[in-house]
Write a protein of this length. Structure first.
Lengths: 115, 113
């Protein structure tokens, strides 16, 4: 089964703690993305990576960090510097080619709640 | 913001009726995509329309694109209760990194059985 997985599905964090959200894909996609979704809102881009060992900040990168050591994996760390981390986090991947092939495939999401 | 805006924010219809959602955006695009999100789930790609296309069909879905008005519409014909979801448009502007999409705020569709 090809796809993109995220874990955990639900995550609870105490204030001041860092947490890491997992994202794995076996679609052989070059590009991967992290989005944040707040209730009733669209998706906002946190970080993206077009190739292994390279990543770029999106619109709301402050308080987050990522790594891309393997093509299949793009973990997101929510640090204590993120002032309002409670949200639904979505990971996505795409082939990485510009043009008509940039459909994004999404994971099921992780709901993070800060206690 | 380069984000698109969907209209209406919420739509409630009877099963069997057609549902139309609109998307407006601000900058020129390479393509525009529509995605569906069931509550608490990830997004699923529905259809992509390129900037040089005006209309595209996929099953019960019909998408139109008017680049002069910077707008698109998604029509779902003969709606079913299972179509209940949020629908988002996303634009590929070529800005930011390659393949970056800018998502609208979504239309919440409820189909009443």
């Amino acid at each position: 089964d090809g796809g993109i997985t995220q874990s955990p599905k639900y995550l609870f964090r105490k204030e001041g703690q860092n947490v890491t959200l997992s994202c794995e894909q076996n679609l052989n996609h070059d590009a991967m993305y992290w989005y944040r979704q707040d209730p009733g809102q669209g998706l906002r881009l946190i970080y993206y990576s077009q190739i292994v060992n390279d990543f770029q900040k999106g619109d709301i990168a402050e308080g987050y960090s990522v790594s891309r050591e393997k093509k299949e994996s793009f973990p997101l760390t929510v640090t204590s510097a993120q002032k309002n981390p409670t949200a639904f986090y979505l990971c996505a991947s795409s082939r990485g080619l510009a043009g008509p092939y940039n459909e994004q495939f999404f994971g099921p999401g992780t709901r993070l709640t800060v206690l | 913001s380069q984000q698109g805006e969907e209209d209406p924010q919420a739509l409630s219809i009877q099963e069997g009726e057609n549902a139309t959602m609109n998307c407006s955006y601000k900058t020129s695009i390479n393509n525009l995509q529509w995605y569906r999100q069931n509550s608490g789930r990830g997004l699923v790609h529905l259809i992509l329309i390129r900037s040089n296309e005006r209309e595209k069909h996929s099953g019960r879905l019909r998408v139109t694109l008017d680049t002069s008005k910077k707008s698109s519409s998604l029509l779902i014909t003969a709606s079913r209760a299972a179509d209940t979801a949020s629908y988002f448009c996303a634009t590929d502007t070529g800005l930011g990194g390659a393949n970056n999409l800018f998502f609208g705020t979504g239309t919440r569709l409820t189909v009443i059985p």
